[in-house]
Design a protein around this ligand. Structure first.
Ligand SMILES: *[C@@H]1O[C@H](CO)[C@@H](O)[C@H](O)[C@H]1NC(C)=O
Ligand SMILES: *[C@@H]1O[C@H](CO)[C@@H](O)[C@H](O)[C@H]1NC(C)=O
Ligand SMILES: *[C@@H]1O[C@H](CO)[C@@H](O)[C@H](O)[C@H]1NC(C)=O
Ligand SMILES: *[C@@H]1O[C@H](CO)[C@@H](O)[C@H](O)[C@H]1NC(C)=O
Ligand SMILES: *[C@@H]1O[C@H](CO)[C@@H](O)[C@H](O)[C@H]1NC(C)=O
Ligand SMILES: *[C@@H]1O[C@H](CO)[C@@H](O)[C@H](O)[C@H]1NC(C)=O
Ligand SMILES: *[C@@H]1O[C@H](CO)[C@@H](O)[C@H](O)[C@H]1NC(C)=O
Ligand SMILES: *[C@@H]1O[C@H](CO)[C@@H](O)[C@H](O)[C@H]1NC(C)=O
Ligand SMILES: *[C@@H]1O[C@H](CO)[C@@H](O)[C@H](O)[C@H]1NC(C)=O
Length: 762
């Protein structure tokens, strides 16, 4: 090619852009804002409104005609603007088809056709645009007049665009089904929105290939079939909206793998089955909309394990809200209206502090409507159309619930448990009277502060003589237990107690550090009185009383197990630093008047995360064996550091002891057997042989269900006392599972088991 020829070509190309722009202008019939009247040769085309050129070649690189109020169609000359990287025609009144020639713009990265009246197919040769990043064409009439294969063909061709990240075709007229070739769409695709079309057929399994997709929206179409299990593989998914289709089947439990999901909308479909337990793992969820489905049916099998599920018939359980959802504390919108959900309204929903919209209307929920948290604000929730509900805030005008014993928990100040530590001996006392007097006296005679409080903060002051008097000179009648502890355990306990506060931990009233009558060191911690003493007393009564035998029924044992797990969950996950109790056993679990359990005795407790800075104070090696024989984790005996898993071992033993009635130190456990292996051998077929025969089960209770629950409980205990610390369940999971088991027992229409009246709230 000659030099002249080269220049000529160049000039032609340069000229071509001008001609193309004028040709585009020529196809515009309406220009109410006069934007294109300025497109004339009095100035260079690179200065025309909406036109941006590259500096070097004076070629059009950006054509932005958005929101100019233009009416008309797009000229095929657009295909001559070959330097163009961006074309925005958004928000105009363009109609007709997108010219094939657009596919020649091989430099195109962004295409915006939103809010026009474009029709027909999107040209398949856009598939040649290997650099295409965003194609956004919502609110048009694409798909019409093309025979129904427009979507299929387009999605197939666009799979060549390996850099495509965003594809938005919401509110068009696409028909037909999603092709399997959807699996071949760019692996960089983050956003696929096809809402509000007429798409039919099912969601292809190949959708799992869209590994980067974070927003998948297929709402308001005519999709059928079920949600593919493989959806759980879209690990980047944050928003999933499939509402208003005709999707049936179950919500796949694989959705529990979508750890980033924060919006889930499956409303207005025909989904059935239950809400999968695993959804509780999607802890980022803020919006769950499952309204207008047919969610019901059995509780997921995994809770009892497959071997035990054959104990009871499939219809025994109704669909309840899984307690695992309690973990979704950041929830803002939860719409479960118009399903077939039954059981109690879980009170944990009231604890969702961020919730703005909670709609449980038109289901078959029954029992008490909570009145805490969201349930206290009438605009925040709706429960209409559930005929068996009672209670709640007065605005609801529901009938009162049957009386409960819960409110009886009075804050008696006259009775306390006292745990004084006298130099090297811990003595635990029960104060039956006098404390009111004592406190009065103390207030009257503030001047001799012979006692000091190691606890900092606002605690009442008590002196040695106050306590002496209150306990009838530490009379043995008031003794509920004793043990040997070093002075430093007092400090450890004070350290721990100063920071912690939880409904399932004993509440400290005050401390006393003083000199006794003999001039020796005297230290005491005063705790809230626990009317029903320690769990030890209940599991292994010393005297069998004829009239009022001390027996805990199944429900009470389950509640106690939950309370203790809840205390551990708090110590392990909600305290900073983490606190390890180190001495969990029945005698350190105290029961109040209403059989709420409170974990006490922090004399051996340890702060975990600050081991380095605190190691001077708590040299972990100097204490020797930490805890009590039978309950102490095996690795402690081999010198391992204290750990949350160590506590879980003790918890496992405690749990098994509670349900078998056997102490871990029972004579029957000799050689290589242990309480744990004993329980293990019984699961799942012979559990009834090992459970404590004193567990009273109401005859009306379905024995199959009770047995299944016992199997589940024992399994938890067995898992906790696994030899390897890493194999043990953690407190959080134990809590979720036990709550679930309790809900199963409660939700199954229990009457007369004797605990639900007192504990429906928790
Ligand atoms: C074509 O490009 C050249 C080189 O940048 C420039 O000088 C000239 O003005 C352009 N011609 C037109 C018609 O835009
Ligand atoms: C041509 O464009 C210029 C500004 O670019 C404008 O001032 C002028 O009025 C336009 N001419 C016509 C005939 O519209
Ligand atoms: C520009 O495009 C049109 C329509 O596609 C075509 O007919 C024409 O030949 C092109 N013009 C130039 C100068 O290339
Ligand atoms: C399209 O129209 C909607 C509704 O008026 C508007 O919210 C949206 O911003 C528009 N989209 C674009 C890209 O202009
Ligand atoms: C997609 O790429 C393949 C292979 O390069 C090619 O054969 C096919 O024609 C392309 N399809 C489109 C629509 O560009
Ligand atoms: C979910 O994750 C679990 C554990 O990572 C895995 O075993 C399972 O296959 C996953 N399910 C799906 C559908 O991806
Ligand atoms: C809901 O499920 C019940 C029981 O399976 C069934 O009879 C009913 O037709 C279902 N309703 C819808 C709308 O799918
Ligand atoms: C609710 O579930 C029951 C039992 O599965 C079924 O008989 C009933 O038709 C369902 N109700 C609705 C409204 O789907
Ligand atoms: C709750 O859902 C029902 C049924 O979908 C609906 O009629 C009602 O308006 C909703 N309540 C609120 C407060 O939005």
């Amino acid at each position: 090619m000659s030099f002249v020829g080269l220049v000529k070509t160049f000039q032609l190309s340069n000229e071509t852009d001008r001609e193309a722009l004028l040709a585009i202008k020529a196809m515009i019939s309406g220009d109410p804002l006069g934007a294109l009247s300025l497109w004339n040769d009095s100035v260079h085309f690179c200065t025309w409104q909406g036109v941006i050129c590259g500096l070097r070649h004076q070629r059009v690189t950006i054509l932005n005609m958005s929101s100019m109020g233009l009416v008309g169609s797009v000229s095929p000359h657009i295909g001559n603007l070959t330097f163009t990287r961006i074309i925005y025609l958004n928000d105009n009144n363009f109609h007709g088809i997108i010219p094939q020639e657009t596919g020649r713009l091989f430099r195109l990265r962004f295409i915006g056709f939103a809010n026009n009246s474009f029709q027909g197919p999107i040209p398949m040769n856009l598939g040649k645009l290997s650099g295409l990043d965003i194609l956004s064409a919502p609110n048009n009439a694409f798909g019409t007049n093309g025979g129904g294969n427009e979507l299929r063909n387009f999605l197939t061709s666009i799979s060549n665009c390996s850099n495509l990240r965003i594809l938005i075709l919401t509110s068009n007229d696409f028909t037909g089904s999603l092709p399997h070739s959807i699996a071949n769409l760019s692996t960089k695709l983050t956003t696929l929105r096809l809402n509000k079309n007429y798409i039919s057929g099912s969601i292809p399994h190949g959708i799992e290939n869209l590994a980067s997709v974070s927003s998948l929206q297929l709402a308001e179409n005519s999709l059928e079939g079920s949600i593919p299990d493989s959806i759980g593989k879209l690990s980047q998914l944050e928003q999933l909206n499939i509402s208003t289709n005709s999707i049936s089947g179950n919500i796949p439990s694989s959705m529990g793998n979508l750890s980033l999901l924060y919006i889930l909308s499956l409303s207005y479909n025909m989904l059935n089955g239950s809400i999968p337990l695993s959804l509780g793992n999607c802890t980022k969820l803020m919006t769950i909309d499952l309204a207008y489905n047919n969610l019901t049916s059995a509780i997921p099998e995994q809770i009892f394990g497959l071997s035990s599920i054959n104990y009871f018939s499939g219809n025994l359980f109704k669909g309840t809200i899984p307690s695992s959802l309690a973990q979704l504390k950041g929830m803002q919108v939860l719409d479960l209206s118009c399903n077939n959900l039954s059981g109690q309204i879980p009170s944990f929903l009231g604890e969702f502090t961020s919730i703005q919209y909670l709609n449980l209307s038109y289901n078959m929920f029954e029992g008490e409507v909570p009145s805490e948290g969201a349930f206290g604000t009438r605009s925040a929730f709706s429960v209409v159309g559930n005929n068996k509900l009672c209670g709640g805030i007065t605005y609801l005008q529901l009938p009162a619930c049957p009386a409960k014993v819960v409110e009886k928990r009075k804050k008696s100040f006259s009775r306390r448990v006292l745990i004084p530590l006298i130099s090297t001996v811990v003595v635990v006392f029960v104060l039956l009277f006098c404390l009111l007097v004592v406190v009065y006296q103390v207030k009257r005679s503030m001047q001799p502060p012979s006692s000091t409080s190691i606890l900092q903060g606002d605690f009442p002051k008590l002196s040695y003589s106050d306590l002496l008097q209150a306990t009838n000179e530490f009379s043995s009648n008031n003794l509920i237990g004793e043990g040997s502890h070093a002075n430093k355990s007092f400090v450890a306990e004070c350290e721990a107690l100063r920071t912690i506060r939880h409904r399932n931990l004993v509440k400290i009233i005050t401390s006393c550090s003083s000199i006794d009558h003999k001039g020796e060191d005297f230290k005491a911690l005063v705790f809230e009185f626990m009317e029903n003493g320690s769990l030890e007393f209940w599991l292994h009564p010393r005297v069998i009383e004829q009239q009022d035998p001390k027996i805990l029924n199944l429900g009470q044992r389950l509640n106690t197990a939950i309370d203790v797990a809840s205390a551990l969950d708090y110590l392990h996950y909600h305290c900073e630093p983490t606190i390890i109790h180190c001495d969990l056993k029945p005698s350190n679990v105290l029961l109040d008047a209403d059989f709420f359990a409170h974990v006490g005795d922090f004399g051996l407790s340890r702060f975990l995360s600050a081991t380095t800075s605190r190691s001077n104070r708590h040299p972990s090696s100097s204490i020797g064996i930490r805890g009590t024989v039978g309950y102490v984790a095996p690795e402690y005996g081999m010198g391992a550091e204290v750990s949350t898993q160590g506590d879980m071992y003790s918890y496992g033993v405690l749990l098994l002891e509670m349900f078998t009635g056997k102490r871990p130190t029972d004579n029957m456990f000799i050689d290589n057997t242990s309480l744990c292996s004993y329980a293990k051998m019984s699961v799942p077929d012979n559990v009834m042989d090992v459970v404590d025969p004193r567990i009273v089960v109401d005859v009306e209770e379905d024995p199959g269900k009770v047995e299944a629950c016992l199997v589940s409980v024992l399994r938890i205990g067995i898992s906790c006392c696994a030899e390897l610390p890493s194999e043990r369940m953690n407190a959080r999971d134990v809590l979720v599972e036990l709550n679930w088991i309790r809900n199963v027992l409660l939700g199954g229409g229990t009457t007369g088991m004797g605990w639900e009246e007192t504990r429906m709230q928790n």
